[in-house]
Design a binder for this molecule. Structure first.
Ligand code: ADP
Length: 485
């Protein structure tokens, strides 16, 4: 299919989901949200911070290269290193002290919702879904304020022994602190004076201080969990994310196994009273292979229907499941990386016993669905096109406040690069005898073992916002699918 035919299909897909989205009764979203505090470093900022600190101690820290941020000295050392080299870096902090120090001494320019569940629930509520039930185990007062003010967005809470659904600003625990990630952007060419030294930032980049306080748990409050069945009639699906925060061991003696088991209990309770409920997990990069394997083998496999991820995450998943060569080939950027991506998707679908796997890349998406997936391939493809429209709209304007805003994505042209890339996969599938080139160009291929959906996307050349677009793609395609079930 040529670009102009895809454009027509995009319009049809948008209209189609526009009329079916009201079929979705509600969606449950958990677990992770945080606040992103953003600071753009300007001339004089570093010199001002240095005034409060002992220069020699900062210098020592630069030599010792702290791997985590405990004190302002660790912070300044890593910031100076990142700025001097013009390199991006992400460094964890395990307490909230540095947040307080930075709030008082660096002061952020703006702050926004961060974390997959936070971003997804705000998006779905803004897409005018009937009901979005979000659950954040560490919902603090400050965090609650980052949820959009919308009547369809609610959080479970126990008030006087009763289970209630209220806006997050009425459901927070006043004793909880906030999880705040600092994103510190620095511009190219900025001159920094550091004692007797001076340097010029060679490249614009950012340092992220990611907050990992010890009280973070991917767990559900017992009382709320016992009432999960109350939600059965109110939701068609659940989007779960944040499992990457599970740690191997906790100070209280529990291990990842306890938290994995709690996560599975939550999934099973959601499914038990309504077998039609679909569960989607949004995967993300995680270094720790024990946890990565536990997420895939113990939480996703045989419990979850749908998995959303980007190409790097496909490689990571394949790697931990023992397909190292294929994993390498997916990220090799070689001529046939898209073929490996497709092969990888097929393996993940079958090995993890999924109903669908949706991979997003810049320029195209690949979705492989099991033959018993309750949505027909034609409709399923519309869901993917709709999600690409959501991504384009978000990249182009930076926000989606109402369902109608998604239509702005339609004005973004279909990516020629994406079309060229998927053509390579088409040629491979034709050679393998899987389908004809015409069938491939139609966007969906049926095989006896699974259905394959491939579409070019709409790529915004100079995007305003790219934060959380991957989450937006997966979540909107999933809810679109729920609307077609
Ligand atoms: P994130 O952390 O933003 O979710 P991901 O890598 O998971 O990052 O997802 C990014 C996805 O967003 C890409 O796979 C691509 O499909 C989409 N995307 C990125 N930039 C653009 C853009 N300029 N226009 C349209 N889609 C984009």
């Amino acid at each position: 299919m040529e670009a102009d035919e895809w454009e027509e299909r995009y319009i049809k897909a948008y209209d189609s989901i526009n009329s079916s989205i009201s079929n979705v009764k509600g969606v449950f979203v958990a677990y992770n949200s945080n606040i992103d505090a953003i600071k753009h470093i300007r001339a004089g900022d570093i010199e001002r911070l240095l005034k409060y600190l002992d220069l020699e101690k900062v210098q020592e820290k630069i030599y010792s290269y702290p791997r985590q941020i405990d004190t302002p000295y660790d912070f300044l050392a890593r910031l100076l290193i990142a700025m001097r080299d013009g390199k991006a870096a992400e460094v964890p902090t395990y307490s909230t002290d540095i947040h307080e120090w930075l709030t008082d001494n660096l002061v952020f320019d703006k702050a926004r919702m961060g974390g997959q569940a936070g971003i997804i629930s705000n998006l779905l509520a803004s897409m005018d879904l009937k009901q979005v039930i979000v659950y954040i185990p560490w919902l603090s007062r400050e965090q609650a304020e980052y949820f959009v003010e919308s009547e369809n967005l609610v959080h479970p809470v126990i008030h006087d022994g009763n289970f209630e659904l209220v806006h997050p600003t009425k459901a927070y625990n006043p004793n909880y602190k906030s999880k705040v990630n600092w994103i510190i952007e620095f511009p190219k060419g900025l001159e920094v004076k550091f004692g007797e030294d001076k340097f010029v930032v060679p490249r614009a980049n950012r340092l992220i201080i990611s907050s990992r306080p010890p009280w973070i748990r991917i767990d559900m409050n017992d009382e709320i969990q016992s009432h999960l069945t109350d939600l059965c009639g109110q939701i068609d699906g659940a989007i779960l994310s944040g499992y990457q925060m599970i740690k191997e061991e906790y100070e209280d003696g529990t291990t990842y196994k306890d938290h994995v088991s709690n996560s599975v209990d939550v999934i099973e309770s959601l499914k038990n009273c309504n077998p039609a409920v679909r569960i989607h997990v949004e995967f993300t990069s995680i270094q720790n292979k024990i946890i990565r394997s536990a997420i895939l083998n113990d939480i996703v496999k045989s419990h979850v229907h749908s998995l959303g991820l980007d190409t790097v995450e496909v490689a990571n998943a394949l790697n931990v499941l023992g397909h190292e060569e294929l994993a390498y080939s997916v990220i090799s950027k070689g001529e046939n990386a898209i073929v490996s991506l497709y092969e990888g998707a097929v393996r993940l679908l079958h090995e993890l016993e999924l109903e669908r796997i949706h991979i997003h890349s810049l320029g195209y998406y690949i979705c492989v669905a099991s033959t018993d997936c309750p949505v027909v391939p034609e409709d399923h493809l519309e869901c993917l096109l709709f999600s690409a429209c959501v991504a384009a709209s978000k990249a182009k304007r930076g926000f989606i406040r109402h369902f109608n805003d998604i239509a702005h994505g339609l004005d973004v042209p279909v990516s020629q690069k994406g079309l060229d890339e998927i053509e390579k996969l088409g040629i491979y599938l034709v050679r393998q005898g899987v389908c004809s080139l015409d069938e491939f160009r139609d966007g969906f291929i049926s095989t006896p073992h699974h259905n394959v959906l491939v579409n070019p996307t709409k790529v915004v050349e100079n995007p305003i916002g790219t934060v959380g677009i991957g989450d937006a793609i997966s979540a909107s395609a999933f809810v679109a699918m729920l609307s077609k079930m």
